[in-house]
Design a protein around this ligand. Structure first.
Ligand code: GDP
Length: 527
């Protein structure tokens, strides 16, 4: 017999990895998939050396560059659970997709390079997870190298990221002397074996901290471990599941992704503690995953996933009920019902046709330009999910045409690409400029490429002195009108005609915020 929706929901864990480039996200993804038995032998996901490409990399551009621009989705079984791992761009030139993907998960795995500690990208991504107080699991990676003091690392996470750390495992040595980890909750030591990174290892486990076998196995490290643990257990808070679910505490694991050591501990933790698919808010009401009727929202639109078909795929997070192949769905914004017979699922990175899918799962809808980021789909109910925001861009360029006669096409293209979330576009009130804003540099390149192939316009960028943007609102219409008059030189309309303050410098922004206390300057705007 097939499982009911509540049973399906209880099996699912949907998470994404947040990390700074080079911390080991790709390597962990490989190992996680290895555990999911998805790839017989985890190859090189990026294929920098081997020329093989990860199943999560689709676009030509990704292949050319050996990086992933797009967010992809992998589903695999682990223990009794079904895990959805949403991949995010790992390269320096990440994009708004990374941010928005974090709105579609129920928990995150934070990966830290233990030689380096908390790095800048991680700080930014953690900020985004705070919007929904997403629970965070932490992995301190690269223990096979010389690392910083583990206590110092946890202190840094607490200080910089404002989340309390509870170690679940504790490392024994590091670098050439890395011996393994002690699992505090299970009271057992798992010994590290080198050269086993490509396999699922039969772990060598020694039960109990006082077990003489431990002294035999790791010599004087055993005594050091006992001393250190006394200190650590005394100084660190015990794991508190509620605090974890509120995003206030993170369980911390140590290991090496390259050596495939410790990755199973994280997966165990995620399956045991990470939340099942959570209720989601709409403007009208809260939607529970166990509701009978289907609902979901689109958090990302991907163009040209398959260059042969030039199709666009809208990635939808299912929030309630059951997706069945051929079902009728209402596209709420358009008030139109559509039959969906060919949604994609992402079992282990292959795009295949889904027959059924459940809350927490991601499905891909073929899209011919009618679906926008943030759109809600239901079985008839007219409600709208909230919480898929635009994020204030951090990089800006003026965009200009080579052929000035195509201004209309350029604007049309830019507005469509901004609806798709590829880039944001701003039209200053006082000039005829077009300014594009992005979170990552690569977005600019992608947009010029797509303008050429899809809209037949050749555009170039020029630098522009804009440091940041904020969406502006006021409760009082007159205040806003007044502000609009006085500051028009710094105001623009975005792709959806929302009023935006574009600040030449951060100092200018703070001065304006001081001068106009009744105006709200928002860093995010919901679709
Ligand atoms: P990403 O940019 O976060 O996806 O990082 P990658 O997974 O591509 O890793 C960056 C580099 O660090 C690669 O050269 C990996 O082989 C290496 N790396 C990842 N995990 C480990 C580890 O546990 N130990 C060591 N020594 N290197 C690692």
């Amino acid at each position: 017999m097939s499982m009911s929706v509540p049973e399906q929901v209880s099996k699912r864990r949907t998470f994404a990895i947040i990390s700074h480039p080079d911390a080991g996200k790709t390597t962990i993804t490989e190992k996680v998939l290895l555990f999911g038995q998805a790839l017989q032998k985890a190859g090189t996901v990026k294929g920098k050396k081997s020329g093989q490409h990860a199943k999560s990399d689709w676009m030509e551009m990704e292949k050319d560059r050996g990086i992933s621009i797009t967010t992809s989705v992998m589903q695999f079984p682990y223990a009794d659970a079904l895990v959805n791992l949403l991949d995010t761009p790992g390269h320096e030139d990440f994009s708004e997709d990374t941010y928005r993907t974090l709105t579609a998960v129920d928990s995150c795995l934070m990966v830290i390079d233990s030689a380096k500690g908390v790095e800048e990208r991680t700080i930014k991504l953690m900020e985004v997870t705070r919007l929904r107080d997403t629970p965070i699991v932490t992995f301190m990676n690269k223990l096979d190298r010389d690392i910083r003091d583990p206590i110092e690392l946890m202190d840094e996470v607490e200080d910089v990221l404002k989340i309390s750390c509870s170690p679940i495992t504790w490392p024994i040595g590091c670098g050439k002397e890395f011996k393994g980890v002690y699992h505090i909750l299970r009271d057992e030591t798992v010994l590290y074996q080198t050269g086993m990174g490509h396999t699922i290892q039969d772990s060598v486990v020694i039960k109990g901290l006082d077990n003489p076998e431990l002294d035999e196995a790791i010599g004087s490290y055993a005594e050091d471990l006992r001393d250190e643990l006394e200190l650590v257990v005394g100084a660190c808070p015990e794991f508190d599941h509620d605090a974890f679910l509120k995003g206030e505490m993170t369980p911390v694991y140590f290991g090496t992704a390259l050596g495939n050591f410790g990755v199973d501990h994280i997966l165990d933790g995620i399956v045991e503690w990470a939340p099942v698919p959570q209720p989601r808010e709409t403007e009208e009401r809260n939607v529970e995953p166990n509701e009978e009727k289907f609902s979901g929202f689109v958090f990302k639109i991907q163009a040209n996933m398959d260059p042969k078909h030039r199709d666009r795929v809208a990635f939808m997070r299912i929030c309630s009920g059951e997706y069945k192949q051929g079902m009728k769905m209402r596209h709420v914004r358009l008030g139109k019902d559509i039959n969906v017979s060919d949604a994609l699922t992402f079992m282990a990175g292959d795009r295949e046709r889904a027959e059924t899918a459940y809350p927490g799962d991601i499905i891909g809808l073929h899209n011919h330009g009618t679906i926008k980021i943030g759109d809600t789909f239901t079985q008839g109910e007219m409600m709208r999910f909230t919480g898929v925001p635009n994020f204030a861009p951090e990089l800006f360029r003026r965009i200009r045409l080579r052929d000035p006669l195509k201004q209309k096409q350029l604007l049309k293209g830019l507005v469509q690409l901004s609806e798709e979330g590829a880039v944001q576009v701003f039209r200053p009130l006082d000039t005829n400029d077009l300014i594009v804003g992005a979170v990552g540099v690569l977005q600019f390149e992608v947009v010029v490429g797509r303008l050429k192939t899809e809209y037949n316009v050749e555009a170039i960028y020029e630098s522009v002195s804009v440091a940041t943007a904020r969406w502006v609102y006021a409760d009082d219409e007159r205040e806003l009108e007044d502000f609009r008059r006085k500051c028009s030189a710094n105001l623009a309309l975005d792709g959806g005609d929302n009023l935006t303050y574009i600040a030449p410098t951060m100092v200018n922004l703070s001065l304006s915020m001081e001068r106009y206390p009744d105006i709200k300057f928002a860093k995010t705007r919901e679709h």
